[in-house]
Design a protein around this ligand. Structure first.
Ligand code: SP5
Ligand code: ZN
Length: 342
């Protein structure tokens, strides 16, 4: 299995994440990726391939033009306003406020496009997000050209990014772009399976009214876990997408037994849907020692996870999402790939 990866992820390294009322070093940090690279090498995977630039047309098909303009220009506008720190959202369009009119003021715009305040934007955020998107797209091209599967070592991650919202450490939705590319290449139906601990609200939102892309997510129940306001079991799609979304919210302390039953159910739904290609949004923050999550998977469980996903028998692109138990991120991620390969 080829790995696609860009060093440009390093351009995104905020100093601050708002966590528990304090600014802490972000959980989503560059060193996460170093552990994956080291483990890939140890386990005999081929050296990562630097991706060609991303195709803008695919991104334009998923994200709103004003949102993309915002991401590209936010840092310059923030500096022009005279702000000294990193970009952190502070004012949001909450209940019964206007949600259809982006403010002119940059502080207002940031709140308009943010879905949470923990994620800072810095000077290099756009470049890093773009490079992450490029890795995802390159992995899709490898699979479209005949590889059984490919791994996009994306950073920053993407699954919380909706058509016009960033947050949860995500800016551009890499997995959604891969699904869209499979469609454009002729797959009539595609599935995105999101096994990150957190609900893939962005991916769900992008495909919610589409009948050609099935979205399934296994995640911490919204009552207890970020992003809190989406990912309930009764969200099943709308319009042409009615029935093409499946959510598996699970309680604190969930271990691999019940988790893997949900996985098998999601895979059987994907089979019944008739997907011709699969995108795996792979977060390893389901690990028992993850600092911000509450499932109880062991490192060995990730091998079995990969094997079960492979049994779907579909051309597969694996996109890196979350995982914050830094030392174990490499082992757990590569275990999924090895389980898939074997
Ligand atoms: C891609 C991804 O995994 N994004 C996750 C973003 C989570 N951000 C906010 C987390 C708030 C966590 N509160 C945890 C309390 C732990 N005791
Ligand atoms: Zn996550």
């Amino acid at each position: 299995m080829k790995t696609f990866f860009s060093e440009d992820h390093r351009a995104h390294f905020p100093q601050a994440e708002l966590h528990g009322g304090q600014f802490v070093t972000p959980f989503e940090r560059p060193s996460r990726i170093e552990h994956v690279l080291t483990r890939l090498k140890e386990r005999g995977f081929a050296a990562p391939i630097a991706p060609d630039p991303a195709d803008r047309a695919v991104v334009d098909a998923l994200h709103a033009p004003d949102y993309l303009d915002f991401l590209e220009t936010a840092w310059a506008e923030w500096k022009a306003e005279g702000f000294e720190g990193e970009i952190i959202a502070a004012s949001f369009p909450a209940r019964r406020m206007q949600t259809a009119r982006p403010p002119r003021n940059i502080d207002g715009k940031v709140g308009y496009y943010a879905l949470a305040a923990e994620t800072a934007i810095t000077e290099g955020t756009w470049a890093a997000a773009w490079s992450s998107m490029a890795s995802a797209q390159a992995a899709q091209r490898a699979v479209a050209a005949g590889d059984r599967a490919a791994f996009a070592l994306c950073r920053p991650p993407g699954h919380h990014a909706a058509s016009d919202m960033y947050g949860g450490y995500c800016f551009l939705n890499n997995a959604a772009a891969v699904a869209e590319m499979f469609r454009r290449d002729g797959a009539a139906k595609v599935a995105v399976l999101d096994v990150d601990f957190h609900h893939g609200n962005g991916t769900q939102d992008i495909f919610y009214d589409r009948g050609d892309v099935f979205f399934a997510s296994l995640h911490g129940a919204p009552e207890d876990a970020f992003p809190y306001f989406l990912g309930f079991a009764d969200e099943t799609g709308t319009g042409a997408g009615d029935g093409a979304t499946a959510n598996y919210p699970m309680a604190p302390g969930t271990g691999y037994g019940p988790w893997s039953e949900a996985l098998d159910d999601a895979l059987s739904r994907i089979r019944a849907f008739g997907a011709e290609a699969l995108v795996l949004s792979l977060g390893v923050d389901t690990f028992k020692d993850d600092p911000i999550s509450f499932f109880k998977l062991d490192s060995g469980d990730f091998l079995d996870m990969g094997a079960r996903v492979a049994r779907a028998g579909l051309p597969t692109v694996i996109c890196m999402e979350g995982g914050y138990a830094i030392e174990a991120v490499g082992i757990n991620t590569v275990n999924v790939l090895e389980g898939f390969n074997n």
